[in-house]
Ligand binder design. Sequence first.
Ligand code: PLP
Length: 470
Amino acid sequence: MPMPGLAGGRHGAEELRPLVETVYTALADGARDRGGAMPAGGPEGVAARLAQAVGDVLPRGGTGEREALYTLTHALAEGSADPAEPLCAAHLHCPPLALAAAADLAASALNPSMDSWDQAPAASELEARLTTALAALVFPDLPAPDALVTTGGTESNQLALLLARERAAGGPRVQTVCGANAHHSVLRAAWLLGLPSPVVLDTPAGVLDPAVLDAALDELPSRALIVATAGTTDAGAIDPLPEVAKVAARHRAELHVDAAYGGPLLFSRREAAKLDGLQSAVSVTLDLHKLGWQPVAAGLLAVPDGTALRPLDHRADYLNAQDDTDAGMPDLLGRSLRTTRRPDILKIAVTLRALGRDGMAALVDAVCDLAAVLAAKVDQHPRLTLYGPPAISTVLFRPAGATDEDVAELRRRLMYEGRAVLGRARAGGRLWLKATLLNPRLRPEDLDALLALAAGPPHTTGTTEGSTAS
Ligand SMILES: *Cc1c(COP(=O)(O)O)cnc(C)c1O
């Protein structure tokens, strides 16, 4: 077998070109062979088809570049839950822009590693410039905001709790206080960092109640970190940030805002006011692999002043020797708890340059509009019940009169038949189907098709109005 080609260097592009052609073909064939939101057959059917297509995953002799690339890419595409398909709308799992995926190919080919300047000279400079600019979007009135690039909301929330723990070093331990609507990663972060288990406040209305928060803080002897959510994972609800910030100030508590989902509303002139109050936070989690149309991973943690990140400073002689730093070489090790790190900033920078803030705003507005349309259609539908008006782009609904078991069963059936991928969310004591709309290219007909699947055929004896499968 010939020596495999390298992706970088002067000849890298010529090595890549035919392989990328193979990838295009495999992606197109795979999407065609899948024919919808998700492969039919459920876990068993998918496992059987994958075993059939792939066979021995660790063969003694290789099958060659083109065969392996085609076979596995095709198998993955054919077996994907593809968020670019109109009826795949379960999670905060976005259809990435082709542009961002293309930029990610370049990142892979060049493979800068963001742990030392001598592995990523321009990439680290690009990251420094863009993280500063994105932090300024969150904290526009401050002189030196900064942001770290993370693998996503989970890592950002972990870092936020870590920084809070370190700010409190030497005093009483930080007590995290969050709503029952907070992301599970907040609980895990406290556990991982050896902090007391978070105080979890009931959120029957889906969002933190400032009066309940106020009362809970009255009871707390120790220093508190409030975690508010701007865009809950289940319903896309936004905690009342200005009121929460006031309560935090009254108790001298710190506020971290998990805006993993809602953060990119900041791009939109129309939607940004939903995040008023964000500026009071000591740290803000944002994910651009949700409402930012980036391939995974594209997380950020923004802080109002870069000095807040000092606790992450760390030395390793082979990466940031003191004399190198003294001589002016950028020190990257304090920009993450990871060491080797992908240049996720490239795809983000390419996207923001190509679209501009206005282009991002148009995408954000488009999915918010789609959610409003879907909610209105559900509300008018004779056989569906709407949970409530969407705050961002998530719509919860259920067949009228269904039990929770019916809802869970319907979701699994639509998935296993490969017809639609919807999420599930518990709210107001009941189980709902969840449509998380992140595809700005959906058409009204797609929404009708989704509702027709959820509602089922009209009852023959029932009302004659209502939607039919289109
Ligand atoms: C998705 C999400 C997270 C976790 O982010 P990952 O990128 O999946 O690690 C955290 N918080 C909220 C509110 C989220 O929606």
